[in-house]
Design a protein around this ligand. Structure first.
Ligand SMILES: NC(=O)c1ccc[n+]([C@@H]2O[C@H](COP(=O)([O-])OP(=O)(O)OC[C@H]3O[C@@H](n4cnc5c(N)ncnc54)[C@H](O)[C@@H]3O)[C@@H](O)[C@H]2O)c1
Length: 481
């Protein structure tokens, strides 16, 4: 493992990003992003896609395994700030090492700088606060990019990624929302697109997070533990403000509830629940947001919340737009008000006579249209609707031969690899994912303004009349990053 300073000067990155940000915030033509001529797509040795992997633990291990399984991929570099994870990456119980000889790094800047042209594509699975800079740098270096959901932590970072993708159309980008490639979700997308319950006026959605999953609603953890030799804490913090290492408080996994690092339950789970409805309805920036929550702190998101957001009309929504009502931490929609049986609740019995299970704790979306209510579970079950109070299914089956064909599941990671190799299209490109995740980031920040209805100004990436909101919504990176 090499510890030299990164080869890509930080000044170059900052100039690129400053220019990007200036143009993005000005709502201009985004010309400054086109820092190089359109990439000539290159493919690595033997026609294989040469992939560098940033973050190899947690979801990073799954991302690596799935991408590496593709027969036309070669892994050319591995990076993780956790030395134990990096040492063990890919090894089986007997110590067999599929990555023997593959260069390993603790600093992604060093990896991209050192490997340079040997890399065609980058897969990023760090905690949320490190997504944006790594993704932007990869795009600046003309690499295809796969970045875990949520695309980025702050609203402004999401905007930068969406705009960077727009002006670099030869780069294949995809957010890591693997559920979106599954047949049930692709089917739901099809139903929303076809307007099966008419023009949509509201979406209600939930997840059971964060309770029992990660710490939330607490002041900043106290203490200052010695940083273990195997962890590069300063690199883990990356662009986030410096704070002491506290054993077990953040790394691994538990960082999600901390505002500097994650996006709370809303940002974490709504990517999987609202992505396809959001894309199918063609929603844009939110116009208004309101949060009701008992216990958010300056450091952490709340333990539970109800977030209401408004979106401007699109051809798929009611003429006065669409409202989103989000519940987490044990809060759930009002089934009766939606005209649904309370037995659909995760704790209910479902509708056994119709072979419908209770909806999952993980979450679901309920779309209220002018012709009915469409229910889209997070995964597994096919979406179904109630039209005039009657259960309606839409799939093709023996008793519904004229129904809609259920698309087959694909492998989300392989969709992206294939698209990089010029075959097919990525399913969740940054242009779409960035717009969705900007909205979710705005919703997440609303828990700092509990009980107040905030108007979102997408040009300023701020709440109208709230100067301090800029620092929560716009990108802000530690000096040196
Ligand atoms: N798509 C999904 O279903 C899914 C599931 C879980 C997590 N995720 C996403 O994956 C990301 C990671 O979540 P997680 O649960 O795996 O977190 P985690 O904390 O468990 O693992 C993160 C890994 O990244 C490494 N890391 C941290 N900072 C790094 C850096 N700057 N450079 C290189 N490596 C770094 C850590 O050492 C660790 O190995 C998050 O964005 C999360 O939202 C997605």
């Amino acid at each position: 493992m090499s510890h030299a300073s990164p080869n890509v000067p930080s000044a170059d990155r900052r100039d690129f990003l400053k220019a990007t940000l200036a143009v993005t915030l000005a709502g201009g033509p985004f010309g400054a992003l086109a820092v190089a001529s359109p990439s000539t797509r290159r493919v690595g040795p033997n026609g294989k896609l040469a992939v560098a992997k940033i973050a190899c633990g947690g979801m990073g291990a799954a991302d690596l395994a799935e991408v590496a399984k593709h027969p036309d991929v070669v892994i050319v570099g591995l990076c993780d700030v956790d030395g134990n994870t990096l040492d063990g990456v890919g090894k089986d119980d007997k110590g067999n090492d599929p990555y023997k000889g593959t260069p390993k790094f603790r600093d992604w800047r060093q990896m991209l700088g050192n490997l340079g042209d040997k890399v065609d594509a980058v897969v990023i699975s760090t905690p949320d606060h490190s997504h944006a800079l790594a993704s932007l740098e990869a795009m600046r270096m003309k690499k295809h990019v796969y970045t875990q959901k949520p695309l980025a932590r702050s609203a402004g970072e999401n905007r930068l990624l969406a705009e960077s993708a727009k002006v670099n159309p030869t780069l294949v980008t995809q957010m890591g929302t693997q559920r979106s490639a599954r047949s049930s979700r692709r089917f739901a997308y099809e139903l929303v697109k076809r307007g099966v319950v008419g023009k949509i006026k509201a979406m209600h959605a939930w997840t059971d997070r964060p309770a029992g999953w990660w710490p939330s609603g607490q002041p900043r953890p106290t203490g200052n533990d010695p940083v273990p030799e195997w962890l590069s804490w300063d690199l883990w913090l990356g662009p986030a403000p410096v704070r002491p290492y506290v054993s077990g408080a953040y790394h691994p996994f538990k960082w999600r509830g901390t505002r500097d690092f994650g996006t709370g339950a809303f940002g974490d789970m709504a990517c999987h629940i609202l992505d396809l409805p959001f894309y199918a309805l063609g929603l844009g920036y939110p116009t208004e947001v309101h949060c009701d929550a008992p216990d958010g702190t300056d450091d952490q998101y709340p333990n539970q919340e109800t977030v209401r957001m408004k979106f401007a009309p699109t051809p798929m929504t009611a003429s006065d737009g669409c409202e989103l009502v989000w519940f987490d931490g044990g809060r759930l929609p009002d089934w009766t008000a939606l005209g649904l049986s309370p037995e659909l609740a995760p704790s209910g019995k479902g509708l056994p006579t119709d072979n419908i299970k209770p909806l999952p704790n993980d979450g679901a979306a309920i779309l209220v249209g002018d012709a009915g209510v469409l229910v889209i579970p997070i995964e597994g079950e096919l979406a179904f609707a109630f039209i005039d109070g009657k259960l309606t299914r839409f799939d093709k089956s023996d008793d519904r031969p004229n129904g809609i064909e259920v698309p087959k599941s694909t492998n989300h990671w392989h969709d992206w690899v294939d698209a990089c190799l010029g075959r097919g299209k990525a399913r969740a490109p940054f242009e779409l994912a960035g717009l969705l995740c900007e909205a979710l980031a705005v919703g997440a920040v609303a828990s700092r303004y509990v009980g107040r209805t905030m108007t979102y100004d997408p040009k300023q990436i701020a709440f109208v009349g709230e100067a301090d909101s800029k620092k929560f919504l716009a990108p802000s990176w530690r000096t040196g990053w």
